[in-house]
Design a protein. Sequence first.
Length: 337
Amino acid sequence: MAEHPGTSNDAAVDLDPDDFRTTCLAIERSVRSVMIGQEAAVRGTLICLVLGAHALLEGVPGLGKTSMARAFARAVGAGYSRIQFTPDLMPADITGTIVLLEGGSHGPQLEFQPGPVFAGLVLADEINRASPRTQSALLEAMQEGTVTVGRTTRDLPRPFSVLATQNPVEMQGTYPLPEAQLDRFLLKVEFDYPSANQLTEIVTTTLADPVDVAAAADPAQLLRMGALARTVPAAAHVRDYASRLVIALQPDDGSAPIVRDNVRLGPSPRGAQALTLAGNVTALLDGRHNLSLEDVRTVARPALRHRLVLNFDAERTGVTADRIIDEVVATLPEDPR
């Protein structure tokens, strides 16, 4: 998970950790003014936006994925664009293209027309409905924070985050995201179906006047917050724990039976980076200024669930990535000695 250009720890010097927490909680309050329930999804998305990273939002239709993305864009003052992924969507529909303009004083001129990816927060709606060729148009943007069209590479806004949605049930006519693209999402956030009380509240608020989402931060603040999160210290045994957790999920002769029997490919090194970066934000949100083992365990599911490639036996027996992660976390010793 490469650092986006322009991300510097120097920006964090003038930001107090208490201010970080206060601003994060204000952003959450703004988003939750229009979101009922889905606390884990809101927190996971907030972590990604603070770090200028990307989130994969998964849930059946109607649970508020699009509404949440729009609310976050307003809460953090980010430029927002929505791309509806369909089978006929082309890469140029995302990145933009070079067009020939007539009527200039110097005759016809070539000009680049930027696509919707040139925004601070991009909602890639139903990303798995587009062809792999079109999906790949986001790879450079998500990894490098740039877009290359022709021979020219252009920078995207800072901070830059992609929130991609997909429906876990309706898989006909879809193109599963390749592992290389899944690995570029810092977290995979799952949306739960609302409880009876929450559903009643949703129905009630639908009849009320729309709520305006209050701005609680701006892109410059997000950059400083992301820089601060990258400076959170961690003891050697905590970083070692994150690394051992990723290694424990690799299917080999020494791994736990549930991993060996159900995992075809374990997390990449980006998984360990995701554990520590997301854990850093979790620590600051909890009012602590250092990464703890509990922070790593808290973010283990969203940071690793999309980085496990399960085999046919797991699908046949109903073993999920979350179950595998939970079992490994429960048995992994804090101190390997």
